[in-house]
Each structure stands twice: as structure tokens, then as C-alpha cells.
Design a protein around this ligand. Structure first.
Ligand code: PAP
Length: 256
């Protein structure tokens, strides 16, 4: 059986044991490289990922009302989730999975996807600092220069960057009601413009009264970098297992 057949079988596997067995066989066939923080990164459906990520997404079942925030790591997920919640208490499911590898239920249901794109130099710098902070004791085996080289070649979790971004960009042109494509740099420059676009896309446009009452500006301030960083939950809390929220807020600037 080749890798394509195994991927199909693995995606359709019912029991956990069967799935693990097929994943194991599949891993032996996939191209692999040393990861920044994991022993191996595997080239699965044309993107680089860890073993656990191959197993994880297939179990997610999207509902029509779901809002998915999709990004390459460090592009603004935290910011977008806060904005979506503030607009209309939408609770968003964040993913870094490329469009082509999303579970079928996301592509087939009426759920909506907001993609945030950030320039790759800033995403690289951001993830480098993040990994140094969360894994200082066993970070490596790469130097900054080697890691940068790998990032440029696309060998990084959910990379290559350009394929990831283009997958969602093309989809946003084909199905604009399904995928909204935003840029981190534009949001930094004029958040009210993108906030109105986001609210419209989510089906909760601002009314004239909202605009006169400066609701848009209030939401923008509420979700600003400094405001989110200063929240108690982000100074002390942990949203994902052992990872502290405070590391999700470093500088929030545009340099690249
Ligand atoms: P993730 O991939 O781990 O989910 P994500 O939230 O997408 O992280 O990105 C984190 C980046 O967004 C950080 O960038 P930096 O390292 O260059 O500083 C973080 O500072 C930035 N960020 C978080 N919240 C905001 C915000 N409200 N406004 C602008 N940037 C923000």
C-alpha cells in the first residue's frame, strides 16, 4: 500500500487501535526532517507536521454556526479570536491546518473561516522567541541561522508558508462568503476597517447607532495588544495544557 492509500484508510479508520496501526505504517513512508522542537516533522498532504497533528484534525466535526480562525503559527490567532468574541460572543476554533487538509466537515458545512496572513519574517521571529521561551531546556538542535534557513525552505510546522497562505487566499476568492482573508499588517494600520469587514462577514454588521456610539473603536481598544496582554488571565493563565498565555503577547509589531 502506498502513502496516498494509507492516508485514505487512516482517515476512515473507526477504532483508535486501527488508526494508530495505520498511522504508524504511514509515518514509515512519509518524508521526514528533524523538527525545531520535535524529533521529526513529516511531510503529510504537502505540509510539514508532527505525528500528533496527523491524528488530531480528523476528529473535529464542524457545525454550520462555527467560526474557524486559520493561520500559519504566530499570525494573529489570539487577536482574531478576541475580536470575533467581542463582536458577537462568537467563540472561534483556531487551527493552523492548511485549507486542503481541513476535515471534510469544515469544508462541507456552512461554517465560516477567517484567515489571517502575516508577513513571514515576523512570523518566523515570533515563533523563534516563543519556542525559546516555552522550551528553553531542550530547544534545538538548531541555531537561529539554521532555523531561518529551514523556515525559508518551508520545513516548519504547517509549512511551507506560501502554500499555506495561497491555499486560503485562493479559496477566499472562490468562496468569499466562506473564507475571509485578512492581513495582520492592515489590521495594525486601520483596525476599524477590518473590524467592520469581519462583523459583516460574521453576520453581525455594525449599525449606524453602533458607529455613532463608537462601538467599533471600543472593541478595537478592548482587543488591543496592550489591553489583552494586561488581562489577568493572560498574565497568569494557561489556555492550552502547559503553555502560559503570557507568551502569546510579545511585541505585536510589524517589522518585516
Ligand atoms: P499562535 O500561533 O501561537 O496561536 P498567534 O496569536 O497567532 O499565536 O500570534 C502571536 C503573535 O500575535 C505575537 O506576535 P509577536 O511575537 O511578534 O509579538 C503576539 O504579540 C501578537 N498579538 C497577540 N495579540 C495581539 C493584538 N491584540 N494585537 C496585535 N498583535 C497581537
Amino acid at each position: 500500500m502506498d502513502a496516498t492509500e494509507l492516508i485514505k484508510k487512516q482517515s476512515a479508520a473507526e477504532g483508535q487501535k486501527e488508526e494508530q496501526k495505520l498511522t504508524h505504517k504511514l509515518l514509515a513512508l512519509l518524508p521526514k526532517e528533524k523538527g525545531w522542537r520535535t524529533t521529526n516533522l513529516y511531510l503529510y498532504q504537502n505540509f510539514w507536521c508532527q505525528q500528533k497533528e496527523i491524528e488530531a484534525t480528523k476528529h473535529f466535526k464542524a457545525e454550520d454556526a462555527d467560526i474557524i480562525v486559520a493561520t500559519i503559527p504566530k499570525s494573529g490567532t489570539t487577536w482574531l479570536k478576541a475580536l470575533a468574541f467581542a463582536i458577537s460572543t462568537f467563540s472561534a476554533f483556531g487551527t493552523h491546518v492548511p485549507f486542503g487538509s481541513l476535515p471534510d466537515s469544515i469544508r462541507e458545512s456552512n461554517c465560516r473561516i477567517v484567515y489571517v496572513c502575516r508577513n513571514p519574517f515576523d512570523t518566523f521571529v515570533s515563533i523563534w522567541h516563543y519556542l525559546v521561551k516555552i522550551r528553553p531546556e531542550n530547544f534545538g538542535p538548531f541555531s537561529l541561522e539554521e532555523a531561518f534557513d529551514m523556515y525559508c525552505k518551508g520545513v516548519v510546522g504547517y509549512g511551507p508558508y506560501w502554500d499555506h497562505m495561497l491555499g486560503y487566499y485562493k479559496q477566499s476568492l472562490e468562496t468569499p462568503h466562506k473564507v475571509l482573508f485578512l492581513r495582520y499588517e492592515n489590521m495594525k494600520k486601520d483596525i476599524t476597517f477590518d473590524l467592520k469587514k469581519l462583523a459583516q462577514f460574521l453576520g453581525s454588521p455594525f449599525s449606524m447607532d453602533d458607529e455613532r456610539g463608537r462601538v467599533v473603536e471600543e472593541i478595537a481598544n478592548l482587543c488591543s495588544f496592550l489591553n489583552l496582554k494586561d488581562l489577568e488571565v493572560n498574565k497568569e493563565g494557561k489556555a492550552i495544557s502547559e503553555f502560559e498565555n503570557k507568551h502569546l503577547f510579545r511585541k505585536g509589531e510589524v517589522r518585516g
